[in-house]
Design a protein around this ligand. Structure first.
Ligand code: ZN
Length: 200
């Protein structure tokens, strides 16, 4: 194992500091490009979708998911987490994450599941519009961390939505079928990092 930095992800989200700084706003356009396995499945998107934080723009690269959720909230564990991975100037990475608890099925998550399966079976592009995966407005938790899969690169600007979604037990099963089982990285040390709560 190569040396990892002191700013790894995921972490437990707790004791956030209120911030009046900018939160991400999204402008998503265009369609999904492909399903790729690296080795776990992710859906890549055509150029045209971005989030802005203050004056900085980050382009949407791909969407993927984890079951169970990777981040915890004050120690509480959740069922699933969807990551929207973006890249900005100087290859700065930014991930917008949504955490889901067990409950009603989520229609947008179902579209991800269905189109990943269909596209892989038919060797086709997912019939998915970027607007279907766009984060809805609301508050965020923000901290600086890393990718949660190899090469665990730092820094990654993390923006976790404060609004918790719901997925059904069946959806968790379907998501896990696509990743051949659970695929959440264990919690990492916070190492004194500040977590901001913004917007909402
Ligand atoms: Zn991820």
């Amino acid at each position: 194992m190569t040396d990892l930095g002191n700013g790894q992800s995921p972490i437990d989200i707790s004791n956030c500091e209120r911030s009046d700084g900018p939160a991400p706003t999204s402008d998503y356009r265009g369609a999904a490009a492909a399903v790729e396995r690296r080795p776990l499945p992710l859906i890549t998107f055509e150029r045209g979708s971005e989030v802005r934080v203050g004056g900085d723009a980050y382009r949407l690269l791909q969407v993927h998911w984890h079951t169970p959720a990777e981040h915890t909230l004050e120690g509480a564990e959740f069922a699933a987490e969807v990551h929207l991975v973006h890249i900005g100037a100087d290859d700065q990475l930014l991930v917008v994450g949504t955490i889901y608890e067990l409950g009603e099925a989520d229609p947008a998550v179902q579209r991800l599941i269905d189109e990943t399966r269909r596209a892989e079976a038919e060797g086709d592009a997912p019939q998915l519009d970027a607007t279907e995966v766009a984060p809805s407005p609301g508050g965020y938790y923000h901290y600086v961390g890393s990718l949660t899969a190899p090469p665990f690169s730092e820094p990654v600007q993390w923006w976790l939505r404060q609004t918790i979604g719901t997925v059904s037990p069946r959806q968790v099963e379907q998501l896990q079928m696509l990743t051949n089982g659970p695929n959440a990285r264990p919690l990492q040390d916070r190492n004194g990092r500040t977590i901001l709560c913004c917007g909402g």
